[in-house]
Design a protein around this ligand. Structure first.
Ligand code: SF4
Length: 372
């Protein structure tokens, strides 16, 4: 069933042909690592198995199992219900209900709520996310505040932050270098406590006191962030701690573990290699607009090529029109004249960890059709 839903013969052919597809004036180079990661593969597999194993019981997802609208729609079509829908409520669940937890995990509060209702739980939380949680718990137990490089609105980061609190710790979520600079400034020389708390708002744990809670910090990441940025943020925090407490006592004040997952890393490395080794005129990145790892692939591409992050192959409307979400924007826009009208054109292609191969294959087919 999985192969039927998500497999692509076109993609198999392209892989066998040195990840290259040629059709008329069009050449497409595919990144050597793209699409479904091991965590997503497993989560989707478990969801299908759950439906088959419990054919007569109501099956729910807490929300999107992964950030891809096609996959979520297929699960809906199989009768799986979504607790994130406004008419569904955890409070109404009982022991007959089966609930699938997504690849990026759920908060400890949601888990306790489901547990209290006596539901059967199918936990698809990815091992790489569990690894982050393990480190965050270690920080909490050692009296270190978890500084999480991530998006405070992302389910995985919320789940990771909840682990810190569950183990008696504190957390602070930083999104980028600018926010990290503010944290580093406070570490070095203190500052206006209230202004700091206003700046970070809901990105800190309840009762967070920067004068106390920034004395001992441990770095963690949302698994799908940009690796280069996570490393830089780690270096910035480390340097601030050295300046404040000296190199000799750094271990008492700063800890770090690399928690970017290998699948994210492989996809980012592959797209960097594609941009370096192939003469691509423009890049297309396929994946849900709320997919963090897809957005980061688009960021890498946009630094050196015109880049179009499309949610779906249908966004490639014609040679003169494409719907896409520009890097850093919050909404989809329509662009015109995005493909050179004549002459050879080379397109680079990659997809996020939650994008099935059939969408990549469909995108190649669309490109072939519209390029003439
Ligand atoms: S992106 Fe990484 S952490 Fe997330 S599901 Fe895939 S393998 Fe797991």
């Amino acid at each position: 069933m999985l192969a039927e839903s998500y497999h692509s013969a076109i993609v198999d052919r392209i892989k066998a042909d040195d990840f290259t597809h040629r059709s008329g004036r069009l050449t497409v180079h595919l990144a050597r690592e793209f699409g479904f990661c091991y965590g997503v593969d497993r989560a989707v597999d478990y969801a299908y198995q759950t439906r088959q194993r419990f054919p007569d019981r109501p099956v729910f997802l807490t929300g999107e199992i992964i950030h891809n609208p096609h996959v979520n729609e297929k699960l809906r079509a199989m009768g799986i219900r979504f607790l994130s829908d406004s008419h569904e409520q955890i409070d109404q669940l009982g022991s007959d209900d089966v609930v699938i937890l997504p690849a990026f995990g759920v908060t400890t509060a949601t888990l306790q709520q489901l547990d209290r209702r006596g539901c059967t739980l199918v936990d698809t939380t990815c091992g790489s996310v569990l690894n982050v949680w393990k480190n965050v718990r270690r920080y909490a137990e050692g009296g270190f505040t978890s500084v999480i490089h991530g998006k405070v609105w992302h389910e995985e980061t919320q789940a990771t932050a909840s682990q810190a609190v569950a183990y008696g710790g504190r957390y602070l979520v930083v999104y980028d270098r600018a926010q990290t600079t503010a944290v580093c400034d406070y570490i070095r020389g203190g500052g206006d406590r209230d202004a700091f708390l206003r700046q970070f708002g809901s990105a800190v744990s309840a009762g967070f006191d920067p004068d106390i809670d920034l004395q001992r910090i441990g770095l963690a990441n949302q698994t799908t962030m940009l690796m280069s940025e996570s490393l830089e943020i780690g270096d910035m925090l480390r340097a601030a701690m050295v300046e404040r407490y000296s190199e000799a006592s750094l271990a008492d004040h700063y800890q770090a573990f690399d928690t970017i997952c290998s699948a994210t890393q492989d996809r980012q490395d592959a797209v960097v290699a594609l941009l370096r080794e192939r003469p691509v005129d423009l890049m297309i990145v396929i994946g849900g607009y709320n997919s963090s790892n897809t957005a980061n692939l688009a960021r890498i591409c946009a630094a050196s090529r015109p880049t179009f992050h499309v949610a779906d192959p249908d966004c490639i409307v014609s040679a003169t029109e494409i719907r896409h979400r520009p890097v850093g924007a919050t909404a989809e826009v329509a662009a015109s004249d995005w493909l050179p009208p004549q002459g050879p054109v080379t397109v680079g292609l990659t997809s996020g960890a939650s994008t099935p191969d059939n969408l990549v294959g469909a995108a190649v087919a669309r490109l072939s059709a519209i390029s003439g």
